[in-house]
Ligand binder design. Structure first.
Ligand code: F6P
Length: 324
């Protein structure tokens, strides 16, 4: 591939803190390398409808610290249809765009892989609070979401301890338990339920009762939204099993997706944004840039789109050990 002179950038899937920092990094590094940058509004839906316009260096000023995405996003299942993909290509070609940087989760990577399969150069940047994107240890937004969850759990612990209650706290994450598992460890939860490692209500009750008998003033149970045993069903069962604590449920919901990105997420966004553009400039394509250990790497978009990153069960063992 010849070096692209014009690249487009979009943000897809659920918004994640740090998406704006990544857009800024893509736009500014494209300009630094002498390319023109085009912003696509509302992800693949906007691509198919031609919602694109040039973005200059000044247009991305003041967005680094903002949550959400200034390019907006959309869930757009229709992009799986070949005729919709062809229409998106027509729109890109009509504006002289020669390559795409797609920022988002696994669905966004599948969209980029589909365009690549049609011969259009695409590079992906992982951004999703779920941390379920294959090919990177961390996606942009995960660290900020974890800090938000931690802040909420610290506050819930205050009221839990005052009332001698067990709090069941549901986190996001779709089918991946990463957010729940990490928050369980860093907040000192008695028990964590994730899709990758199921636990029964009896096991949870035993852990909560044990905490009560050891003189703890409260219990924290973190439940991933994708866990088989849902937070409300767990509450009903715990209340029947008499653990010593009364119980309450808090569903953290979309608050986990908002807020100003953490230092870690801003740095990751800068590194991956620059890496994506530099790789395109060198003629590389069809990869998602990601972080493995401390190094920026590339993984084929095909592979990223067809695999899922699960929670690391070593952390499950650690969480149980620290809950004593
Ligand atoms: O993928 C991010 C995520 O927040 C998931 O954790 C959650 O299951 C889903 O998006 C919610 O999607 P929506 O905002 O479309 O309801």
């Amino acid at each position: 591939m010849q070096n692209p002179k014009t690249i487009a950038v979009l943000t897809g899937g659920g918004d994640a803190p740090g998406m704006n920092a990544a857009v800024r990094a893509v736009v500014r590094s494209a300009h630094a390398l002498g390319m023109r940058a085009v912003g696509v509004k509302r992800a693949y839906e906007g691509l198919a409808r031609g919602l694109m316009q040039d973005i200059g260096a000044r247009d991305v000023g003041g967005i680094l610290q903002r949550g959400g995405t200034v390019l907006q996003t959309a869930r757009f299942a229709e992009f799986a249809r070949p005729e919709v993909q062809r229409e998106a290509l027509r729109q890109l070609n009509a504006r002289g765009v020669e390559a795409l940087v797609a920022i988002g989760g696994d669905g966004t990577m599948r969209g980029a892989a589909a365009l690549e399969a049609l011969g259009f150069p695409a590079v992906g940047i992982p951004a999703s609070i779920d941390n379920d994107v294959y090919g990177t240890d961390m996606a942009i937004g995960v660290d900020t979401a974890l800090n938000t969850i931690l802040d909420a759990i610290d506050k819930l612990r205050d009221t839990a301890a005052s009332h001698q209650r067990a709090f069941i706290i549901e986190t996001m994450g779709r089918k991946c338990g990463h957010l729940a598992l990490m928050s369980g460890i860093i907040s000192g939860a008695e028990m964590t339920l994730i899709p990758e490692q199921e636990a029964s209500a009896e096991e949870v009750a035993a852990a909560v009762r044990g905490a009560y008998e050891r003189g703890k003033t409260h219990a924290i149970i973190v439940v991933a939204e994708g866990a088989k045993l849902h937070a409300s069903a767990l509450k009903q069962q715990l209340d029947r099993m008499n653990t010593g604590f009364g119980s309450r449920v808090t569903i953290l919901g979309h608050v986990q997706r908002g807020g100003s990105p953490s230092a870690w997420d801003r740095l990751l966004a800068a590194r991956l944004g620059i890496a994506a553009v530099e790789r395109l400039a060198k003629g590389e394509r069809g990869v998602m840039v990601g972080l493995r250990a401390t190094t920026v790497t590339g993984t084929s978009l095909q592979e990223v789109g067809s695999r899922r990153r699960d929670a690391d069960l070593e952390y499950y063992r650690m969480a149980r050990m620290l809950a004593k």
